[in-house]
Design a binder for this molecule. Structure first.
Ligand SMILES: O=C(O)CCC(=O)C(=O)O
Length: 245
């Protein structure tokens, strides 16, 4: 499902733009559901991440987070079952992977800057990648509104930004931004140096991360613990395999 060019770009640079995968009507439904969930969950939003010992920053100041979207609406099924996204993840992790977590992150106006980081706390050895992310743009990502920054090719450095950089919060001379229209999806190898940036606009910059790991690892959200009967029945055998439930 990935063209040879897309595969090569992802392998070399650690990320690839898959283009717009969500239609306007899908996007509308997803955004409406997100707004409803924020109302319903209020202060408890993201609590599943707080309960998980694998999250790096459960209550990040300057960003709204919602977790366990797998069990919060059929509109979210596509985020971990889309064939093109799964093909992209497979090209990084091989065929034996599963969903680690499906979360929402919005950079609030004036906030959202993160240090450059990788999503797996250990250095990578011999391209033996453990984790891979897809970021789904619920709003257009621009240079101004807190788009994700990435240092291309850094997944091959075998070094963590914390080790290599004097100040991982600072702008990196080689960093690029993930920008594109709402509905776009980028795959990024989670070992590539990346991070959120400051949202300089008045509106939230919204996204959903479907985050995958190799099958032998624990998930960021233990899917078997959270899965509801309704989700398990709806997503079928293939979906249950991806969730490892
Ligand atoms: O939402 C983003 O722009 C990046 C978020 C991220 O890298 C993280 O929270 O670990």
């Amino acid at each position: 499902m990935l063209t040879p060019e897309e595969k090569k770009f992802l392998e070399e640079n650690g990320y690839v733009n898959l283009g717009v995968l969500l239609s306007d009507s899908e996007l509308e439904l997803v955004n409406a559901r997100m707004e409803a969930l924020k109302e319903i969950e209020g202060e408890n939003a993201g609590q599943e991440l707080v309960a998980s010992k694998y999250i790096r920053h459960p209550k990040e100041e300057g960003a709204d987070r919602l977790a366990d979207l797998v069990n919060k609406g059929e509109v979210f099924d596509v985020f971990y079952t889309h064939p093109k996204v799964l093909a992209g993840v497979a090209s990084v992790l091989g065929s034996a992977f599963k969903l680690s977590s499906l979360n929402y992150r919005a950079a609030k106006p004036g906030m959202g800057h993160q240090k450059l980081h990788v999503d797996w706390g250990n250095s990578v050895v011999n391209n033996n990648y453990k984790v891979c992310n897809s970021i789904w743009l619920l709003d257009e990502f621009t240079q101004e509104n807190g788009s994700t920054r990435i240092v291309p090719k850094s997944h091959k450095f075998n070094l963590l930004p914390d080790q290599a950089l004097e100040n991982p919060f600072a702008e990196h001379p080689d960093e690029i931004r993930i920008t594109g229209p709402a509905g776009s999806v980028f795959i990024f190898n989670s070992h590539v140096w990346h991070g959120g940036t400051t949202n300089h606009t008045q509106a939230d910059r919204r996204s959903i991360h479907s985050y995958f790991c190799t099958r032998e690892q624990p998930q960021q959200i233990n899917q078997a613990q959270y899965i509801t009967k309704k989700t398990a029945q709806r997503i079928g055998k293939k979906g249950r395999y991806i969730l490892d439930v």
